[in-house]
Design a protein around this ligand. Structure first.
Ligand SMILES: CC(C)(COP(=O)(O)OP(=O)(O)OC[C@H]1O[C@@H](n2cnc3c(N)ncnc32)[C@H](O)[C@@H]1OP(=O)(O)O)[C@@H](O)C(=O)NCCC(=O)NCCS
Length: 141
C-alpha cells in the first residue's frame, strides 16, 4: 500500500502527503484496534483486483449509530477503470446489508469531478451543505 498511496496527486483535494511505511503500519494498527468511542465502528477494506489480487486502493467507513461516513482512494496507475465505483458500490451494499446503516454521507471538494462521479454512480446526491470546504453528499433508501 505504500506504493499505491505514493503519488502526491492523490492528495490534491483531500490534503495530506504520501505515508511512509512506518506511518502506514501505525495507521493500520490503529484501524485494527478500532475507535475509542463505543458509539462508533470503523470499516476499512483494501481494494484488490479480482484477476491477480494486486492491491490498488482502499475504501473506508466510519459508522455511528445508523449513519456511515465513507471515503475512497484508488492509486493513480489504476484510475479510470471503474474500480472506485465498483468498490464503493460493494461498500455501500455491505454497510446496508450487514451493518444496519440507513444513511450514507461523503464529503467531496466541489472541484473534485472524479469523486463526484463516483458518488453519483453509487446513488449519493449533493446536499448543498458545505463543511470545511467540502460538500456533503448523502444517500438514504
Ligand atoms: C476519486 C477516485 C477514487 C476515482 O477512482 P477511479 O477508480 O478512477 O474512479 P472510476 O474509474 O470508478 O470513475 C468514476 C467516474 O469518475 C469519472 N472520472 C474518473 N476520473 C476523472 C477525472 N479526472 N475527471 C473527471 N471525471 C473522472 C469516470 O469517467 C467515471 O464516470 P462515470 O461513472 O460517469 O463513467 C480517484 O481519483 C482517487 O483516488 N482520487 C484521490 C483520492 C480522493 O480524492 N478520494 C476521494 C475522497 S472522498
Amino acid at each position: 500500500m505504500v506504493s499505491v498511496l505514493s503519488n502526491p496527486a492523490l492528495y490534491e483535494f483531500t490534503g495530506g502527503i504520501p505515508p511512509t511505511e512506518a506511518e502506514l503500519a501505525d495507521r493500520y494498527s490503529r484501524q485494527v484496534n478500532g475507535p475509542s468511542s463505543a458509539q462508533k465502528r470503523w470499516h476499512n477494506w483494501i481494494v484488490r483486483l479480482a484477476t491477480d489480487n494486486v492491491a490498488v486502493g482502499y475504501v473506508q467507513a466510519t459508522v455511528g449509530r445508523d449513519i456511515a461516513e465513507i471515503a475512497w482512494v484508488i492509486g493513480v496507475p489504476w484510475q479510470g477503470n471503474g474500480y472506485a465505483s465498483e468498490a464503493v458500490r460493494a461498500l455501500k451494499e455491505r454497510l446496508v446489508d450487514t451493518a444496519g446503516v440507513s444513511q450514507i454521507e461523503a464529503h467531496i471538494h466541489p472541484d473534485h469531478q472524479a469523486s463526484q462521479h463516483v458518488a453519483r454512480a453509487v446513488g449519493l446526491h449533493p446536499t448543498g451543505e458545505t463543511v470545511d470546504g467540502e460538500e456533503t453528499w448523502s444517500w438514504q433508501p
